[in-house]
Ligand binder design. Structure first.
Ligand SMILES: C[S@@+](CC[C@H](N)C(=O)[O-])C[C@H]1O[C@@H](n2cnc3c(N)ncnc32)[C@H](O)[C@@H]1O
Length: 206
């Protein structure tokens, strides 16, 4: 059982290589998009924790197809060369004052997608707590920069307060759900919180 799951994971990596994506994580977003239709053609999208760039490239290639735009932000530069024409890239901490002001200027967004993850330490409690902090920061970003009726995807490590983050997302979105794509590695404790249709009254002043 474990062996066949590991083989499945390897096949995602091979497929990503063949299709020109820098990371296998692209198939997690593909699945999320197929189930929830988070992003519509023509949308303005914010991709948080975007490097090396698979999600960004997938949105550009498969969803926007020349209509719409993506703001991609990460601590590290994307490895997309050339950068697709619909993409504007910012390198830095998505939650720093400097980057936040750039996000304000370029927003608001129809969808915010975050695959952001902390550097793991191997100590599950520490890693989970850091992931939760990131997830809460992304939610706060969404409350400032997402358009009413916009959609949200947040990666979070399970095991700590992931239900508390889900409860917060529930407050602000008409529909919310936890979703673990099949493309997640079998030994990974990551999952995704999906928020659909941001309630109008929760928009904060940007
Ligand atoms: C799993 S990778 C994202 C993979 C990406 N979705 C793709 O498909 O190529 C997680 C990323 O989150 C980024 N990250 C973590 N904390 C961040 C922060 N505060 N601001 C911006 N990026 C952050 C890391 O630098 C890392 O590149």
């Amino acid at each position: 059982m474990a062996t066949s799951k590991r083989n499945t994971a390897d096949s995602y990596t091979l497929r990503a290589r063949k299709e020109g994506y820098p990371a296998r994580s692209v198939y997690k977003l593909e699945e999320i998009q197929k189930v929830f239709r988070i992003i519509r053609p023509g949308a303005k999208v914010l991709d948080v924790g975007a490097a090396p760039g698979s999600w960004t490239l997938y949105v550009h290639r498969e969803i926007l197809k020349g209509k719409g735009s993506i703001v991609a932000v990460d601590l590290n530069p994307l490895s997309l060369n050339p950068l697709p024409p619909s993409v504007m890239e910012f390198t830095g901490d998505a939650f720093s004052e400097d980057i936040r002001s750039l996000l304000v200027v370029n927003g608001p967004y129809d969808a915010i997608i975050s695959d952001a993850a902390p550097m793991t330490t191997g100590n599950r409690m520490v890693d989970v707590a850091r992931s939760e902090n990131l997830a809460e920061s992304v939610l706060s970003l969404a409350r400032e920069h997402l358009k009413p009726h916009g959609n949200l995807v947040i990666k979070i490590f399970q095991g700590g307060g992931h239900n508390a983050v889900l409860a917060d997302v529930k407050k602000y979105f008409i529909k919310s759900k936890t979703f673990k794509p099949a493309a997640c590695r079998s030994d990974s404790f990551e999952t995704y919180i999906i928020g659909l249709d941001l309630k109008k009254e929760v928009m904060e002043k940007g």
